[in-house]
Design a protein around this ligand. Sequence first.
Ligand SMILES: *[C@@H]1O[C@H](CO)[C@@H](O)[C@H](O)[C@H]1NC(C)=O
Ligand SMILES: *[C@@H]1O[C@H](CO)[C@@H](O)[C@H](O)[C@H]1NC(C)=O
Ligand SMILES: *[C@@H]1O[C@H](CO)[C@@H](O)[C@H](O)[C@H]1NC(C)=O
Ligand SMILES: *[C@@H]1O[C@H](CO)[C@@H](O)[C@H](O)[C@H]1NC(C)=O
Ligand SMILES: *[C@@H]1O[C@H](CO)[C@@H](O)[C@H](O)[C@H]1NC(C)=O
Ligand SMILES: *[C@@H]1O[C@H](CO)[C@@H](O)[C@H](O)[C@H]1NC(C)=O
Length: 683
Amino acid sequence: MGSEKTVLLVLCCSLLSLSSFVLSQDKTLLDNIKSRTDLSKILEIIEGDEIVKMEFEQRSFMAFMPTNDAMDRFDGRKDSDFIYAHLISTVYQIEDINENETLTTRMKGNPALYVTKIPNGARVMTGWEDHDYYLNNAKVVIANQKARSSKGEEPILHIIDEVLAPTRVKGNARVPVRGYPEAADVLIHYRAYGLTDENSVRMFKERVEELHEMDVYRQTGGNTYFIAVDSAIKQKQRLDKQVIHGHVVLGKAMFTRPASKIGEDIKSLAFVDNLKVLIKMVNVTSPNGSVVYYVTSNTVASDNRHQKGASVARLIKPNIPVANGVLHLIDRPLMTTAESIMSYLTEKGGQLSRFYALFKEHQQDLLEQLRSHSDDEAVTLFAPSNHAFSMVKQQSLDAVTQNSNKLNELLRLHIVRRRLYTDDIVQGFKTPTMSKDRKLYFAVNQDDLSKLPIVSVEGAGVNATITTANIAAENGVIHIINRILDIPSQTIYEKLASNPSISKTNNLTRQGGFSKQFQDRDEKFTFFVPNNDAWAVIKKNMVSSYKKLFMGEYPYHVRTIMERHLIVGKDLSIKMLMAITNNQTLDPNMPNRQEKLQMARGKIYFQPRLNRHLNEYTVEWNGVVAKVVQSDVECVNGVVHIIDKVLMLREDVTVAATATTATSTWATITTSIITMMLVTMMR
Ligand SMILES: *[C@@H]1O[C@H](CO)[C@@H](O)[C@H](O)[C@H]1NC(C)=O
Ligand SMILES: *[C@@H]1O[C@H](CO)[C@@H](O)[C@H](O)[C@H]1NC(C)=O
Ligand SMILES: *[C@@H]1O[C@H](CO)[C@@H](O)[C@H](O)[C@H]1NC(C)=O
Ligand SMILES: *[C@@H]1O[C@H](CO)[C@@H](O)[C@H](O)[C@H]1NC(C)=O
Ligand SMILES: *[C@@H]1O[C@H](CO)[C@@H](O)[C@H](O)[C@H]1NC(C)=O
Ligand SMILES: *[C@@H]1O[C@H](CO)[C@@H](O)[C@H](O)[C@H]1NC(C)=O
């Protein structure tokens, strides 16, 4: 009887899958597009053109169709050429397209599409979802929708989230260009291609011509060209041949989204024997949520005419596709030293605008230091990005801005009175700052010798990483950092991980499953954290309990013990704890016990102990008294008080206890099953 059923089941299943297979192949490419509501806008254009529509019905190709959202964001011409720029004659499953491949579109002049394939960490055995696929700057959101064709290959539909707008002249402009324009054509005929007013590139173009370097812009292959607009160019002479080459990457078409996601330093054309210039694309999310792209040029080795250091420019008109790659307009020439640190700080809507606001609104006189132009007053500014500001509590930030002295010291901690390039920084390096008696401490990490080292800086207990290093200005250097020094920005989770004296408790909270909770920036905790000395006492006195807890097989017990040390929902400083439990100093000989503290599990006592020199605070549970050895360690989502004993007893962890729990659980289950059976039988 069993086998018959199995056969039937198998038959059913195969029929089902067969029918769905047939169904999907039954549709034409156009049917497939029609069946999707998110493609109605592109469909409208296809159906509005008889010839295009016929092609879709009769020919087999691969179509990259932009979603309605993508169509709405695009305000250029949407004609038949626009459609052809989205069609490829060769049909591929997306995963069969190679990493650095170019695809030839069916538009007149056959412009290429550049494919970037980035592993995304997803774990799939087959299919395409373990990579992100980009065509130029458009990301594939749905792939491999097969369709029926009357003859030849089956067409395939892929859906993308940005249009693949071809580069074309504006309106009826005429240019002596045959086929699809190369970078040189767009540069030479910039006006016809709509690069006017604030996007005019006349000066850059003239400079390239003066230097007889236009051939660089005709090189075949997928290249990347950065072009500074007129308003960016202060002195044309500064743009010598090497600087022009520093704006070019040959053999790699870098579109903003995929390139910033990869975030690699790429060799520019100015990477020769005695001059080495690297290019990197980064994205920055501005306070209003929009994403802005920057390019950094980093001169890591310099000849005598070019300075070491970085320049950062914003992409003001990115991703202009050309026959030989892609072109981006930028607001500052690369490989040039800015006149002043201020020019980076004051950049409108730039990534340092919140830091600048601290100076501008509260500490005008400090700004003078950054304005200075004399060389012996050069400074190095560690400038927290806008993102760094989102890592601290508004409350902590307000506390600083409302206290002029505090703010002054905070800002001064970010300034060093000399030029300091990361080249000068070695592991363990330290330097005084403008904040009296306060130093910055550095660490250099270089796991991969082929990459630039990662430099971190610590000031006032905050560990920040330099995200963009060595931005050169005539009056100093800027390093952009990812944290504000002097304002705590760590979560409880990060604090536990970064303080080696509490590494044991860190280990237990991880196996106890607290990690996610402690990373939540919107939650509040008060955590009495036993330090490693406290655990050493347990290790000595309760050998087997200690072993069991740290073996990782007793997460339930770990959780119970940890919850006894933890208050969820409140961040209580020692002062507040005092107020809650008892507001007068107790006589140590008269343990006049006050209100107990409600912990995540159970209650404990919190008490001050009068000492001749200073007040001491203790917590107590079941006769175990722990001393607070470091109090009020502030985190964004709570406060940590480090204690010297673990609030636990031997009974907390016993083999018997687990056995009982296990047996009793089983017993309960068994009993309930039997009860259920009995009840059923009795009916
Ligand atoms: C694609 O390009 C990258 C960077 O240029 C290179 O490292 C990689 O090996 C290339 N992949 C293939 C398959 O050629
Ligand atoms: C920005 O760059 C980071 C890598 O630095 C990447 O993880 C992220 O996806 C990028 N975001 C956007 C919107 O491109
Ligand atoms: C968001 O801010 C950027 C500058 O940071 C600006 O260019 C952009 O126009 C703003 N967008 C909106 C929607 O306000
Ligand atoms: C900052 O933290 C990182 C990672 O934990 C560490 O490697 C580095 O040494 C720290 N930097 C400083 C200056 O303490
Ligand atoms: C905790 O410590 C034990 C023993 O040292 C180690 O095997 C385990 O990997 C650690 N667990 C965590 C989550 O750090
Ligand atoms: C301190 O104790 C006194 C007397 O019991 C009480 O009136 C007062 O409100 C308490 N203060 C606080 C901050 O709890």
